[in-house]
Design a protein around this ligand. Structure first.
Ligand SMILES: [Zn+2]
Length: 149
């Protein structure tokens, strides 16, 4: 097993590094044996010899590619979700059990922000909720208060 980072680009939003492992064959070929949810045929993998797989959750590293409150909030909510999941109780079927009232508001916020970013929304534009105010005057401050972003 060779540990490292699988790199993702979300154009105009962020670059994300996901802790990842591949198989290094006896003849030195890197083989990614992880099933690809989105049927990618190639991934960008950077090995990191300092890292070992311990079974513990390793959060992704997310870097915004521009200064925008929506992106910062999406990253903050994503980190909060990982934090909640890391405190969860492993179940027999390989999932993690966490209190619904802790995870669901975060997942709803992540879905809202992800959808807003996919539509190309920026923090100075009318909020996706349709309230008429700019995101940074509408759901922006509301999410900051709710999740201490
Ligand atoms: Zn709003």
């Amino acid at each position: 097993m060779l540990c490292g980072w699988q790199l993702w680009e979300w154009p105009h939003v962020m670059v994300e590094a996901e802790f990842h492992a591949i198989w290094l064959s006896p003849d030195g070929q890197m083989v990614d044996v992880t099933p690809k949810l989105h049927h990618e045929t190639k991934v960008l993998f950077v090995s990191d010899p300092r890292r070992r797989y311990t079974g513990a959750t390793v959060d992704n590293v997310r870097l915004p590619v521009r200064d925008d409150q929506l992106i910062r909030h999406f990253i903050g909510v994503s980190e909060a979700i990982t934090h909640v999941l890391s405190r969860g109780v492993p179940t027999a079927d390989g999932h993690v059990s966490v209190p619904a009232n802790e995870i669901e508001p975060l997942q709803q916020a992540q879905q809202f922000l992800g959808h807003a970013l996919l539509t190309g929304l920026r923090d100075h534009q009318p909020c996706l909720c349709g309230g008429g105010r700019k995101y940074k005057r509408c759901h922006g401050p509301e999410l900051e208060r709710a999740f201490a972003l």
